[in-house]
Design a protein around this ligand. Sequence first.
Ligand code: NAI
Length: 328
Amino acid sequence: MNIAFFDTKPYDYIWFEPLSKEYGYEIRYCDYRLGADTAVLAKGYDVACAFVNDNICAETVGVLKKCGVRMLAMRCAGYNNVDVAAAAKAQLPVVRVPSYSPSAVAEHTAALLLSVNRKTHRAYYRIRDNNFSINGLMGFDLAGKTAGIIGTGQIGSIFADIALGFGMRVLAYDPFPKEDQLEYVPLDRLFTASDVISLHCPLTPDTYHMINKRRVKEMKKGVVILNTSRGALIDTEALLEGLIDGQIGGAGLDVYEEESDYFFEDRSGEIIRDEELSRLLTLPNVLVTSHQAFFTREAMQAIAMVTLENICALEQGRPLENTILPRS
Ligand code: NAI
């Protein structure tokens, strides 16, 4: 099998190259993101391999099919950037890595919470500047506070355990609750009762902008918002308004609605033209990381292993276990 690998970063090569040799697969590593204009690079390859900010719209699917690509292998869990219906119509199987390290993402969420609350990101810079003042760095005890967790799948349920470990009360919302394990409440109640709200649901038409102006007004004053899921779960304008008027006490964001132009890239020599991102980055109570919640050794190894195993299933004509199917 030969694989056209889009949006390659140095760490992808480190994990995929040795393993692909064991499978006897040839990988062409492209820096370009996969989209309608770059899909032609997959001509002559069996598989196109893509990541979270590639754009696999209907047009991209059409070009991949014309190029003879037999499968799209997403090397990630989320697939909101794939037109799954178009792929199904074109009979292009799409596979993903449904689980690589849910702990990695849940632990990063906890890191964001601890940092935003106790302001360690600001303390770090102060101390480096010989400024040992602690004025303005006061946080609050997590113990005894309420964490509202939206989406209690693999990642959300681990984050719930972490929050319980901090001595927090956990309220959860999920259309498919794990009945016996957590205290599930309606979404309205979760928004009004939580001191910390953490998003762990997929991005779908139902969850798009689930945090919006109305929701922000309903939240407890000083609430901390955490999003390690997908940027478009939050209406950034509503978040900014809430942060600026003090309704929201802080935000830890590993994802951002318009992240695709910036995240994963070194733009240190350039001017950020995205005004909402620029404004977010000026706020002391906001910590943004660049979609790195998944980024542990264990997760990278699992991503490479499962992606290549997905491709091997195609090669050997076995059932594709990790196929993404259109929503019915
Ligand atoms: P999962 O599929 O195990 O869990 C998602 C949960 O969300 C399910 O229990 C589902 O029932 C629930 N859900 C569906 N619709 C919902 C709604 N309208 N409201 C509330 N809950 C809803 O997925 P997993 O592995 O826990 O991942 C969660 C999200 O984390 C993914 O969708 C992905 O976007 C994101 N992610 C982010 C990473 C990062 O590096 N920042 C890495 C991996 C995943």
